[in-house]
Design a protein around this ligand. Sequence first.
Ligand code: M6R
Length: 601
Amino acid sequence: MCGIVGYIGTKKAVPVLINGLLSLEYRGYDSAGIAVLENDLIKVVKDKGRVKNLQDNPEIDKILGNIGIAHTRWATHGEPSKVNSHPHLDNSGKFSVVHNGIIENYSILRQKLIDNGYKLLSETDTEVIPNLIHMNYNGNILEAVSKTVKELEGSFAIEVISPLHPDEIIIVKKDSPLVVGVGENENYIASDIPAILAYTSNFYFVGENEIGVIKDDSITFYDVNLNEIKKELKSIEWDAVSSEKNGYEDFMLKEIYEQPKAVRETIGQRMSSDKVKLGLDDVDFSKFNRMYIVACGTAMHAGLASKYAFEKFCKIPTEIDMASEFRYRDPLIDNQTLCIFISQSGETADTIAALKLAKEKGATTIAVVNVIDSSITRVADHTIYTHAGPEIAVASTKAYTCQVVLLNILAANIAELLGNTSDELNDFKQSILALPDKLKEVLDTDEIMKSYAEKNYMKKDLFFVGRGADYAVSLEGSLKLKEISYIHSDAYASGELKHGPIALIEKDTPIIGCATNPSIAAKTISNLEEAISRGGNALLVTNQEIHNDKISDIVTIPDIHPMLSPVLSVVPLQLFAYHIAKFKKLDVDKPRNLAKSVTVE
Ligand code: M6R
């Protein structure tokens, strides 16, 4: 959570910092601030509210310096307020810091500083950092930062500037993302690539416990003991346009419409020939007798929707877990266990912790990740990337469909490596190749979902039901709706309705059913009818031919292998949530209380 940006070079720093913050707002948006070095001073402008407030602050235009750091916040310690906003200064005003992450031992450090005569003005954990740097400073800022980070417990991506060292920015990272973009006589720093993609496509990915000294004409990295380290410069293919709205009203809508392309790119060359190629041929899959798929939120729903292919084609018992539960439930793991971790950002704290636990216990780990070189990719034994491109909207859409597709490709790949040559597996692979075109067709449901949204956007409660993979999609549809429309909704396996939840159905309660598996569709429809008999008003998403005059709206989607239907059936539900939020005039891309990348437990 929180986004940070830095610039050093010949340009005026403020516009670069503001642009970067605007594109990082998906990481947090309750307050924003910048600090720029100018004439031996640190000029700070910060306040609660969005980056737009900062941009409109008349003080900001008066700042002309070429070296600066900036921050957009998702509050962890202390309410959103001016004093709690970043950047923070030490008591002498000589060190300014922005920080993304959490300092877990901040109370102890706070007390230590107070005992040494320091005054802490904010309620934040971050404020201890500039003061510790000051306390550890002996003329060498790099040594002071190194000494300070050795005292910190928790996660951090930090930038430090000081007029005592007016030609450099010091950065350091542990468990929070940080990239350095390389320019000509100028360099950029950001939490995420899209924030600086307009200026460069060459990046250093800062590693765990690495410290960087960023000058306009040089970048030097050190380990925490200040031994210099060499890092590889990487070129990133993403274009700046893909991180912009490109004519769409919101990133979420753009990302929904990008799904055919994103899925096509995720399939890429991996499925073009007879064999699936994921670069995992060296893994001995025959040794695994148990499999866990672990993730959070939408990524966890992608796991739930894909579990069926692993059990059917690979015959490995597969459990899905929320990362935040998995790590504390002492799961049965040994070296015959395969653990798959899914994450769009690759930075989710709960997922990283679960991954580390699985590795400690001897599992083989595979990460399914969208953001290149993110933290999870550095811990997992193997990484396979979804190629969804940058996903900016807080509500995940195209990352989900790409995750489901890639997990199904992975299931096909493992099945092949285990010797499965069945016709059913071959048909399944052909169905995967058909997905991008069918996704284009399913986007035609936009109008009907918009009109259903118009009928229901004032409702207080809404329900989603389905069986099997359709239940997994119902969970995702319900999460999407909650996240961006603030309407309460729940998802149930449709057979469970009669065991309790049906008591909640009253006149005109909207209930959305998903029925795409021919062998169980009729059962879901009967369950919908039970709700309709109690006053519910039903919409059904299906690829079956249904003649039922009790269901008020039937949305037909293209037919596909039942295990792949979550890739298609989720789209009308994404569009429904989107239109509801638009009718309610809400900020679709930045829903309240949320952040795109959840780097705290
Ligand atoms: O970056 P990750 O995929 O690890 O994020 C996991 C969840 O935080 C994320 O999917 C969240 O649930 C989304 N906001 C859902 O739209």
